[in-house]
Ligand binder design. Structure first.
Ligand code: C5P
Length: 247
């Protein structure tokens, strides 16, 4: 079963509301990570590194690894961050329809018509609008001309995206409460930039702990390197899952 219209609910599925970012150097490594974490998490995220190299085979391998690990029907998050003219994004979204992802990302800054084109092309998928990358600091945003607090830009882009047909929003944990207050409850809020207390920030800037992100209204946490870079990715995923259960 693939949960195209309704992502796994942690309350009913017994797994943590975590999308593991599988930014792996090879398909073999990605499949190993997927087998390790699939019993523990709701979602596997296939992103640009893996998709640009391995294409659709990456999604097939992720699903197969999850099946083998005892989590058939795991949600697949296809993180392609599409950003182009509406006709091109419509075509790109149609091109991945056979992969039946639960989530497909587009950049909200692509605008209303682009987001609507993606939503029309993939009605069974939650078109997921990325607002402002969590790797950008306020200083970075000022340099690219996004003046004012990042929270205002994120709220503005989230509102526009939902009106255009997005059914999920990506924002930083530091903005998720503000977004939650302006979008309908059935819009899935997804937060990268999540770091267990004491973990390395890597290139993320606007971060919070998993517990805080959920408390502030996130539905799904994107976590990559703190899990995949650990000596034991399953143990790292389990530690995050336990921190959420006991919060
Ligand atoms: O936890 P970690 O920093 O390794 O997670 C990085 C992943 O999150 C990457 O796959 C990246 O594409 C994704 N991501 C992000 N910021 C966003 C959207 C997605 O870091 N705003």
């Amino acid at each position: 079963m693939t949960s195209t219209s309704s992502p796994s609910s942690p309350a009913t599925s017994g797994v943590a509301p975590v999308a593991v970012a599988m930014d792996a150097p090879s398909l073999t490594v990605m499949a190993e990570w997927a087998r390790a974490v699939a019993p523990v998490v709701s979602t596997l995220k296939v992103g640009l590194e893996v998709f640009c190299r391995d294409g659709a085979a990456a999604v097939t391998a992720a699903r197969q690894a999850a099946d083998e690990a005892g989590h058939p029907g795991i949600d697949v998050f296809l993180d392609l961050k599409l950003h182009d003219i509406p006709a091109t994004v419509r075509g790109a979204a149609s091109a991945v329809s056979g992969l039946d992802p639960t989530f497909l990302t587009v950049h909200a800054t692509g605008g209303t018509a682009m987001i609507t084109a993606a939503a029309e092309a993939l009605p069974a998928t939650r078109i997921t609008a990325v607002t402002v990358l969590t790797s950008l600091s306020e200083e970075d945003l000022a340099r690219i001309g996004l003046l004012g607090p990042s929270r205002e830009a994120v709220v503005r882009l989230a509102t526009l995206a939902v009106e255009a047909g997005a059914r999920a929003i990506v924002c930083s944990p530091q903005e998720v409460a503000a977004v939650r207050s302006v979008v309908p409850a059935d819009v899935t809020l997804i937060t990268p930039g999540v770091r267990p207390a004491g973990a390395a920030l890597d290139d993320q800037q606007r971060v919070a702990t998993p517990e805080q992100a959920l408390a502030d209204g996130a539905d799904l946490l994107v976590i990559g390197r703190p899990i995949t870079g650990a000596d034991d990715p399953r143990a790292a995923a389990l530690a995050v899952a336990r921190s959420l259960v006991t919060r």
